[in-house]
Structures are given as structure tokens and as C-alpha cells.
Design a protein around this ligand. Structure first.
Ligand SMILES: Cc1cc2nc3c(=O)[nH]c(=O)nc-3n(C[C@H](O)[C@H](O)[C@H](O)COP(=O)(O)OP(=O)(O)OC[C@H]3O[C@@H](n4cnc5c(N)ncnc54)[C@H](O)[C@@H]3O)c2cc1C
Length: 399
């Protein structure tokens, strides 16, 4: 049996090595477009590879996948995060969970994962051909003819694991597979605003951010950067709002609550109580709600509160403005930037094309699809890789 896996990335390798381990009699071959193997694994997690997540219940995991979501329940039931941890451990790779439940190899190096995959591939005689770009795919009876830039191969089964590759989606469209339009996910917001311009590096442990005129609203840590706003809360919004924000051409307003989501009325009440208890204290010297001092200085200045003003002399207008800046600060987003640690594409081969029991195409027998090429993507946290591992494992079982 000849099995060709297209793509030498996370999903391609994991699928190929598991098939080859289970079936030493099969001829398993990876065709990779570039000269590099597992290049995204190498740079993943800032070079540490956030390989999976400590959360393991399928019902909990699916909540991290804006595209895929509940359909992945059965997939994670078959091969979950704990299965991946065990898989690695059996091959000598120990992992650790961080406080936020992201999991990394104990070595803190993505090279550990790469070395493991390369070792498994060599051990089970997976052949790897590089500089081979898939250009066409044709069904010939029960078999597949794989055309690359170099030659034509015949295969009994083909696994497509080409990640985010526009030219490959075109090839798959030519085969007849339906593709959901591709848009970026996991990006940060570009904002030019005097209030935050001088504050890169300042973070808020818990912020609430709402896209104005939309239902999109998330909470979590927020980070001011040189180009605008980033941090988990922004990345979550970019993932859940991938299509909506693209339709706005990444031009929209956001309302930022810097005080843990405390309602404006609560913020006002607290400020008034503080004013009554500390009338003589200068506003500038007492940042409330644990906001960073430099941010407090910036909004005090934007509220036109002079540096000498004590709490007792705050005008109604100033108080209102302070409440607004803390609980509903309006910022104009004009574009997006790629998040340095992790970005993915939303869209890809529609999940309705694939039987998630096997990851085989429903209308095209012996053609399997795994990884980012599918219309599955997740929030940051090791979930994107987990979707690759689960699909690869299920394909290896099914084949
Ligand atoms: C900087 C960065 C950091 C990330 N960090 C993390 C992280 O820590 N944890 C996490 O869960 N996710 C992370 N991700 C997301 C994760 O890397 C992807 O979800 C994952 O790599 C997808 O795996 P894949 O095998 O589907 O695609 P890829 O890993 O992209 O592999 C696809 C392979 O197919 C090849 N290919 C494409 N077209 C063809 C063709 N026509 N013919 C032959 N070969 C082809 C490509 O060259 C590539 O080698 C990160 C992403 C980025 C960009």
C-alpha cells in the first residue's frame, strides 16, 4: 500500500509517522514543498512549542475552536490532549503545564518535538521528499495520481496536510472540494491614540473589550503595544470575529473597560466614595482600581484634570469623563497586525466535506485531510496543534 502525505508540517508528520508505526508494511512518503521540515513547529510558542493544553475534556476543549467547535467533540473523544501527552511521553518527551494550562516540552525547546518526529520518521522508514510542490490531484479509479513540480506519483491513499496554502486550496477546489473563504485569525489591533501612544509594555490583568455595534465582546489580559492593543483579550476577539472584522476591513471602534469589567455605575460609586473619604488627596497621586500609574496619568490628562486637583474639586464633567475612560474608553481601530507568537487562518476545506470519524473526504474515497488546510482553527494555547495531532491520529487509525 502506497500512502502519500502532502506537507511536511505538524499534521503531515504526525499522520505519516503514526501510519508507518502501525503498518510497517506500508510505503509511507511525505512530499514537502520547501527545503524545510516542520518549520512552523520550530518557531511555535516563541521557539518553545506550545504543543498542547492541559484541558482534556472534549466538551471543554471545543469551546476554544471558533471554527470546528462542537463538531470536534467526537474527534477529541478519540484522541485528546492527554493522549498527546502520553504519546510524547512514550517516546521519551516529557511535558509540563504552565499556570494558564498551556503545555510545553520540559526542555522548553521546539527542537525536542522536531527531533522526536524526525527520529520516528527514520525509525519507521517514512520517506521524505523535499522541493516537491503538489500542483494537481486526480482520481484514477480507487487510486490517486499526485502531480508535483517534479513528477507524477501513484498512491492508494493521499493525505493532504498543506496548512495555510492558497495555491493548494486551488488544487483542492479543482478536485471538487468546497472551501470556506480564507481570512486571518489571531491578530492584534492597530490603534493610533494619544492616550496609549507612550505606554507600550503596560498591561492590565483583566480587561473587557467590546467591538462597537457588534455582539463581539471578550475579557482577559490586555497589553498596550507600539502599534496598538494586543494580549489574550484582543486575540480572542480577532479569532471569534475573524469574518466580521474582515467585512469591516479592520476599521471599527472598540470600547475598552480597563477595570476588570466593572460596570460604569460601580466605577462611579467607587470614585465618589473615595472622594468623600479622601477629599484632599491629589487625583494624580492615587491611581484607583489598580490601574498602572502611567496609564492613570495619561487618562487624568485626557480628562483635563490638573496635576494639583484634589479629589474634592473634581467637577461632574471630569468625574463623568474619568468613569468613561476607565469603563468604556472608545478607541478607533484602523487595521491589524500579525501576532508575533501565533497566527492562523480561518477557513479552508469545509468540514461538511470530511467524515470526522476518519478524516476521509465523503465524496472522494482514499483522500484524507488534516490540519490547518481544514476549516478548523482555535484560540492560542496549543489548541491549533492539538487539532493536527487528533486528526493525524484518527487518520492513522482509520487507514
Ligand atoms: C509563528 C507561529 C507560532 C505558532 N505557535 C503555535 C503554538 O505554540 N501552538 C499551537 O498550537 N499552534 C501554534 N501555531 C499554529 C500552528 O503552527 C499551526 O496551526 C500548525 O502548524 C498547522 O499545521 P499544519 O501541518 O496543518 O500546517 P503547517 O505546519 O503549516 O505545514 C504545512 C506544510 O505543507 C507544506 N505545503 C504547503 N503547500 C504544499 C504543496 N502544494 N505541496 C507540498 N507541500 C506543501 C508547507 O510548506 C508546510 O511545510 C503557530 C503559528 C505561527 C505562525
Amino acid at each position: 500500500m502506497k500512502i502519500i502525505v502532502i506537507g511536511g508540517g505538524a499534521a503531515g508528520f504526525f499522520t505519516a509517522i503514526n501510519i508507518a508505526e502501525k503498518h510497517p508494511e506500508y510505503n509511507v512518503c511525505i512530499l514537502e514543498k520547501t527545503r524545510k521540515l516542520l518549520s512552523k513547529v520550530k518557531v511555535s510558542g516563541g521557539g518553545r512549542c506550545n504543543v498542547t493544553n492541559e484541558r482534556s475534556r472534549p466538551s471543554e476543549l471545543v469551546r476554544f475552536y471558533p471554527r470546528g467547535s462542537k463538531k470536534l467533540h467526537q474527534v477529541f473523544k478519540r484522541f485528546s490532549t492527554t493522549d498527546m501527552v502520553t504519546w510524547l511521553s512514550k517516546r521519551g518527551i516529557e511535558t509540563k503545564a504552565e499556570e494558564d494550562q498551556r503545555m510545553f516540552p520540559m526542555s522548553n525547546s521546539s527542537q525536542t518535538i522536531i527531533d522526536c518526529f524526525l527520529k520516528q520518521a527514520a525509525r519507521f522508514k517514512v520517506s521524505i521528499l523535499q522541493n516537491e510542490t503538489l500542483t494537481a490531484l486526480n482520481q484514477t479509479g480507487n487510486q490517486w495520481q499526485v502531480t508535483t513540480t517534479n513528477q507524477i506519483y501513484e498512491a492508494d491513499k493521499v493525505v493532504i496536510a498543506t496548512g495555510s496554502s492558497p495555491s493548494t486550496w486551488k488544487v483542492l477546489e479543482q478536485v471538487g472540494l468546497a472551501i470556506t473563504p480564507i481570512v486571518p485569525s489571531l491578530f492584534t489591533f492597530n490603534i493610533k491614540d494619544e492616550r496609549i501612544k507612550h505606554l507600550p509594555g503596560i498591561s492590565f490583568a483583566e480587561a473587557r473589550v467590546k467591538i462597537a455595534g457588534s455582539k463581539l465582546e471578550e475579557n482577559g489580559p490586555l497589553l498596550i503595544t507600539h502599534w496598538g492593543l494586543s494580549g489574550p483579550v484582543i486575540l480572542k476577539l480577532s479569532a471569534w470575529g475573524a469574518y466580521e472584522l474582515e467585512s469591516k476591513t479592520y476599521q471599527f471602534d472598540i470600547l475598552v473597560n480597563f477595570v476588570g469589567g466593572l460596570a460604569p455605575d460601580e466605577v462611579r460609586k467607587h470614585l465618589v466614595q473615595y472622594r468623600e473619604a479622601n477629599p484632599k488627596r491629589k487625583v494624580i497621586n492615587y491611581p484607583l482600581f489598580d490601574v498602572p500609574k502611567r496609564f492613570w496619568d495619561s487618562i487624568i490628562s485626557c480628562c483635563c484634570i490638573a496635576s494639583e486637583t484634589p479629589f474634592s474639586e473634581l467637577s461632574k464633567k471630569q468625574l463623568n469623563k474619568l468613569v468613561e475612560e476607565l469603563a468604556q474608553g472608545k478607541y478607533v481601530v484602523h487595521g491589524k497586525s500579525t501576532f508575533k507568537d501565533e497566527f492562523v487562518t480561518a477557513g479552508g476545506v469545509k468540514l461538511s466535506e470530511v467524515d470526522l470519524e476518519t478524516f476521509e473526504c465523503k465524496r472522494f474515497p482514499n483522500l484524507y485531510i488534516a490540519g490547518e488546510v481544514l476549516d478548523i482553527d482555535a484560540l492560542t494555547g496549543g489548541f491549533n496543534f492539538q487539532a493536527c495531532w487528533s486528526a493525524g491520529w484518527i487518520i492513522s487509525e482509520s487507514i
